[in-house]
Design a protein around this ligand. Structure first.
Ligand code: IPM
Ligand code: MG
Length: 353
């Protein structure tokens, strides 16, 4: 098949992990007779430096003609002074909203070989396999806000309507049907009106999914349950801000944030794929970045936007095989402190394909 892929490396370690990912995809394309065309665009801090805009129109145009978007990471201390009014993160929020990418999928799985890197007892981590479905284009991130009135007050608004909850609940419930048949919906219905609407809507939508077991958790309790019984969760559905917080919390179950991919989807096959880790400016350019999060994001792209399930699986299997061989990047290095550079690790994955 032929596909055009928009490539937005961004800042920090974004460009390093992205270069290895396009290389990996080119090799997969060559082996399987596909034609992937990569078109590069600016986003984040580098886009601010070059154009003054964290998401230039040209980047939007590139993404509009693409079948899918791969994104590295945005941000860094250079652009994050408290007084900065133009911030790299605005590029990320804008691209999500512009393309209506309402469903953010963040799978978290534990790798038995990495259990010693996670801060929980290994017995708690057995069989952890959670899919977070985070609502991504509404809620408090996009509600009415006042940045500053006379300088002494400001506010943000958590707004949801029925349609917004319905569309993301459908994604999560369908995902649960294809997995272990369980969904946990997270809210704060005991305090917030928007979260009572959330719960009511989820209950109603769930009526069409009698094969899915539904559980409701208040977000504060959920933070605790994720640590005391992580193996019980299957699909976790949450609003924009709660999903942001819970997915970071759960990421440590995998042993390192560097391992985790994400997909941001809408109702058609278009999607944006990015690792969950950020730009990690402290380790940029040192060969210490873990390419797994970006590689697994590319695998999700092959699966969801390009319907290339076998190719997606080949990336996941290659990573498993390299980890089974004992190779480790800096973030998951063993007691002896030795680690493979980003380059060495990426080459090892490619060699397994
Ligand atoms: C994420 C990040 C972003 C978010 C930031 C960088 C705007 O934390 O993707 O989880 O809050 O959504
Ligand atoms: Mg986050």
């Amino acid at each position: 098949m032929k596909a055009t892929i928009a490539v937005l490396p961004g800042d920090g370690i974004g460009p390093e992990v992205m270069a290895h990912t396009t290389n990996l995809l080119s090799i997969i394309a060559e082996k399987n007779g596909h034609g992937f065309e990569f078109v590069e665009g600016l986003i984040g801090g580098i886009a601010i430096d070059e154009t003054g805009n964290p998401l230039p129109d040209e980047t939007i145009a590139i993404c509009e003609t693409a079948d899918a978007v791969l994104l590295g990471a945005v941000g860094g201390p250079k652009w994050s002074e408290p007084t900065s009014t133009v911030r790299p993160e605005q590029g990320l929020l804008k691209i999500r909203q512009h393309f209506g990418l309402f469903a953010n999928l963040r799978p978290v799985k534990t790798y038995p070989a990495l259990a010693s890197h996670a801060p929980l007892r290994p017995d708690l981590l057995e069989g952890v396999d959670i899919l977070f479905v985070r609502e991504l284009v509404s809620g408090i991130y996009f509600g009415d806000r006042q940045e500053q009135g006379d300088g002494t007050e400001s506010y943000d608004t958590m707004y949801y309507n029925r349609d917004q909850v319905e569309q993301v609940a459908n994604v999560a419930l369908r995902a649960a049907q294809g997995r272990r048949g369980k969904m946990t919906s997270v809210d704060k219905a005991n305090v917030l009106a928007s979260m009572r609407l959330w719960r009511r809507t989820v209950v109603e939508i769930h009526e069409d999914y009698s094969d899915v077991e539904l559980e409701h958790l208040l977000v504060d309790a959920c933070t605790m349950h994720l640590l005391t019984r992580p193996g019980d969760f299957d699909v976790v559905l949450a609003g924009n801000m709660f999903g942001d917080i819970l997915s970071d919390e759960a990421s440590v179950l995998a042993g390192s944030l560097g391992m985790l991919p994400s997909a941001s989807l809408r109702a058609d096959q278009f999607g944006l794929y990015e690792p969950v880790h950020g730009s990690a400016p402290d380790i940029a350019g040192q060969g210490k970045a873990n390419p797994i999060g970006m590689f697994l994001s590319a695998a999700m792209m092959l699966r969801y936007s390009l319907q290339l399930e076998d190719e997606a699986k080949s990336i996941e299997d290659a990573i498993d095989a390299v980890l089974a061989d004992g190779l480790r990047t800096a973030d998951i290095r063993g007691a002896n402190g030795e680690f493979a550079t980003t380059d060495e690790f990426a080459q090892a994955v490619i060699a397994k394909l």
